[in-house]
Design a protein around this ligand. Structure first.
Ligand code: FAD
Length: 405
C-alpha cells in the first residue's frame, strides 16, 4: 500500500493547482449557462470523464490522477462540473452496453454537458428493494409505451434525457423482467414535478410517465437484462471520489478551527474549552483514518484491482463521519450555525461567498442525505456483513435451522 504521492503525482498536482489558480471562476456561478461555460473549460483541459477510454473522449487517466483533480477542486472550493449522473453512470453504461448508434448520438454530448441526464430508478415502493419497481414498458411495434412513476430524481427538472429502468416482463421473477432505456425527458407524457426540500431548494423531482413512447432503438443492451446493466459497477471515476471527500472535510475542519478561535464561550475563545478541544481532536483523528482508507483504496485501484467491498466500508465510514463532524460544527457555532445567510464574515463558512451551498446549515442538512443515497447505510452494512464477514444472508432461516436442532 502506497501512502505517499510519487514525484510524478506531485508534479501532476502542481499542474492541476496552477490550472485551477488561472481558471477558477472569480464569481459565484448563478446561471445554467455560466455553469456550462465552467464545465466546458474543465472538459477542454481534460478534467471531465478522466477515466473514460480515449476513443470516447476520455483521458484514460490513472485513479490517482482523478483523485488529485477531485482533491484539488475540493481544496479551492471549485464549482462541481455538471452532468454528474451522465458522466458517472450513463456514459459508462452506454460505452459498455450501448449500440454504436447510441454511442455516436449520446457520448460526446454527455461529456460536454450539452445534454444533461438524470437517473430514473427509484420509485415510491422501490428504493433499497429496487427490483420491485413497477413502471411498465410495453412493446408496440417499433416503440415501447411507458407508464408509471419515479421519485427522488436528482436534477430531473433540467434533464434532457433519463436512464430508465422499467418492467418489460411482469410474469418473470422480479430481477429478470426489467429493461434499461434511454428516455427523452421532453417526450409527450413525461411530467416532472420538483419536490421542495428541507434545505429550501428542489434538487429532487417526481417524474410521471403517461403513455410515453420510446423508440425500440433506445433500449440499452438486451430486453429483460436491465438488472444486470444496472448492476454494472464501473470504477471509472470512483477512485477519485473518496480523497476529494476527505479534502472537503479537511477544508471544513480548518474553517471550523478559525471560527472556534473567534467565537467566545463563557468569555473565552471556544477553542480553549477542553470538551470542544477533545471533540475536535476526535474528528481530526477520524478524518485521518478516512484519508488512509482513501489512499488504501486508491493504491488498490492503481494496481488495476477492483474496489470490492472496501467501497461499501468507505461509503459507510465517510457518511457517518460527515454527520458527526457537521453535528459538532453546529454545537460549536450555536445559533450562527442555523443561518442560511447573513452570518458575520468571521463566523460564516465561505467568507463573503456565503449563501446556499456555502452555509454551515446547508452543509449540515446535506450530510443527512449521505447515509441514504447510493444505497442506504443499512444496505451497506448488509453488503459488508454478507460479502466481507461472510455472515448468513437469511438470518431468519438460520434461526429456524438452529431451533430445529
Ligand atoms: C441525495 C439523494 C439523491 C438521490 N438521487 C436519486 C436519483 O437521481 N435517482 C434515483 O432513482 N434515486 C435517487 N435517490 C433515491 C435513493 O436511491 C433511495 O432513497 C435509496 O435507495 C433508499 O430507498 P428509499 O428512499 O425508498 O428507502 P427505503 O428502501 O424505503 O428504506 C427505508 C429505510 O429502511 C432501511 N432498509 C430498507 N431495506 C433494508 C434491508 N434489506 N435491511 C436493512 N434495512 C433496510 C433503509 O436503510 C432505510 O433506512 C436519491 C436519494 C438521495 C438521498
Amino acid at each position: 500500500m502506497d501512502l505517499q504521492l510519487t514525484p510524478e503525482d506531485v508534479a501532476y498536482r502542481e499542474r492541476v493547482r496552477a490550472w485551477l489558480a488561472a481558471n477558477l471562476p472569480r464569481q459565484k456561478l448563478e446561471t445554467l449557462e455560466e455553469r456550462r461555460a465552467w464545465h466546458r473549460k474543465m472538459y477542454e483541459a481534460g478534467y471531465i470523464g478522466m477515466g473514460w477510454p480515449k476513443a470516447y473522449g476520455g483521458q484514460e487517466a490513472r485513479p490517482m490522477e482523478q483523485a488529485i483533480v477531485g482533491a484539488e477542486m475540493a481544496r479551492v472550493n471549485a464549482p462541481a462540473p455538471m452532468n454528474g449522473l451522465g458522466i458517472g453512470i450513463v456514459g459508462p453504461t452506454i460505452i459498455h452496453h450501448g449500440t454504436e448508434e447510441q454511442k455516436r448520438q449520446f457520448i460526446q454530448k454527455i461529456l460536454t454537458a450539452e445534454e444533461l441526464w438524470c437517473q430514473l430508478y427509484s420509485e415510491p415502493n422501490a428504493g433499497s428493494d429496487l427490483a420491485s419497481l413497477r413502471t411498465r414498458a410495453e412493446r408496440e411495434g417499433d416503440e415501447f409505451v411507458v407508464n408509471g412513476q419515479k421519485v427522488w430524481t436528482s436534477g430531473g427538472y433540467n434533464a434532457d434525457w433519463g436512464l430508465l429502468l422499467a418492467r418489460t416482463d411482469p410474469a418473470a421473477p422480479k430481477h429478470q423482467g426489467i429493461s434499461c432505456f434511454l428516455l427523452d425527458m421532453r417526450a409527450p407524457g413525461v411530467e416532472v414535478r420538483p419536490l421542495k426540500q428541507i434545505s429550501g431548494s428542489s434538487e429532487f423531482c417526481e417524474v410521471f410517465f403517461d403513455n410515453v413512447r420510446v423508440p425500440a432503438d433506445n433500449i440499452v443492451g438486451e430486453m429483460n437484462r436491465g438488472w444486470q446493466i444496472a448492476q454494472t459497477t464501473l470504477s471509472y471515476e470512483r477512485g477519485g471520489n473518496l480523497l476529494s471527500r476527505v479534502t472537503r472535510l479537511q477544508v471544513l475542519f480548518a474553517r471550523l478551527l478559525d471560527v472556534a478561535r473567534t467565537l467566545k464561550r463563557n468569555g473565552r475563545p471556544a477553542i480553549e474549552d477542553p470538551i470542544v478541544r477533545q471533540r475536535l481532536g476526535q474528528i481530526y483523528s477520524e478524518t485521518e483514518v478516512l484519508r488512509y482508507g482513501a489512499l488504501r483504496l486508491l493504491s488498490k485501484l492503481e494496481k488495476g484491482q477492483r474496489p470490492g467491498p472496501e467501497a461499501s466500508i468507505a461509503k459507510l465510514y465517510y457518511s457517518e463521519l460527515d454527520k458527526r463532524a457537521q453535528e459538532l460544527m453546529q454545537e460549536i457555532l450555536g445559533p450562527f450555525g442555523q443561518l442560511f445567510e447573513g452570518a458575520p464574515p468571521e463566523l460564516s463558512l465561505a467568507g463573503d461567498e456565503d449563501g446556499e451551498g456555502g452555509s454551515w446549515v446547508y452543509s449540515f442538512i446535506w450530510s443527512r442525505a449521505g447515509t441514504i443515497y447510493a444505497g442506504s447505510n443499512e444496505i451497506q452494512k448488509n453488503i459488508i456483513g454478507e460479502r466481507v464477514l461472510g455472515l448468513p444472508k437469511e438470518v431468519r432461516a438460520d434461526r429456524q435451522a438452529l431451533q430445529a436442532r
